[in-house]
Design a protein around this ligand. Sequence first.
Ligand SMILES: [Zn+2]
Length: 284
Amino acid sequence: MEVQKGRLLVVYHEDFARHGFTILRDRLAPAFYELKSKGYLERPGVRVLEPVPVEEKWVRKVHAADHIEGVKHSGYYEVALLSAGGVIQGAEEVVLDRVDSCFCFVGAAGHHASRDGFWGFCYLNDVAIAVEYLKKQHGLKKFAIIDIDPHYGDGTRDILGPDPGVMHVNFCSGYSRGGSSQGLNNHDFALPYNAGDQEFLSWVDRAIELVYGFPHELLFIIFGHDNHRDDYGSFELTEEFYPEFARRIRAKFPSRVCYVLSGGSNPRVAKAAIGGVVEVLSSP
Ligand SMILES: [Zn+2]
């Protein structure tokens, strides 16, 4: 019997909220239970996956030994392994065509974790580890990344920027522009601090065009809602931005998309932002 392809996989583990990085974790359970109470997780074609930690051998392919030792001393190693495991397992379901897209909750963020350094609530670069895993285990070669967290994704650029098989489109606010390697398939969109929904969305359209013109096998969205006006990053986005963002992405990329949660701490914003995206992704 042929199994019908799912529409959306939501990756969540209670340990993200229990043991995640302090500033990031209080939003997690409220956002997840909001998805439940709205009924999105009961919609046809929607599944929830509880991940297991990634094996350390995959982490070692991406991060230096000193980096890993440092993360072990941070107290967040276990939850970072679980977060990266969730991104890998979500992305794998997408590339195996069992589901159109996934939304991965995490307990620690990833985009400031470079090969040999970490800061800014990030410990292991979940997306870079997933890219490494999918290359080795599934033979994938081409990836696209759109990072809408307002802080510069320096770790992702450090690890994946030199890879000609990766396009990295990185949103950031003017002050956090990192200035690291442009060129190849790397694009930095440095917007003014007070950028609102319409200005941001006009750049989203440019990002979509760039990524559409770059043949790829999987698109990652690094999804930080710290770009909301009531969260701790810059930008003046409102709750209406998030479902509109997801609609525009889905219209051009109806499948093979993996959302990975990034910055944000305000539970009310998280409920609206994540809820808005999952509402769109779980709709027929
Ligand atoms: Zn951020």
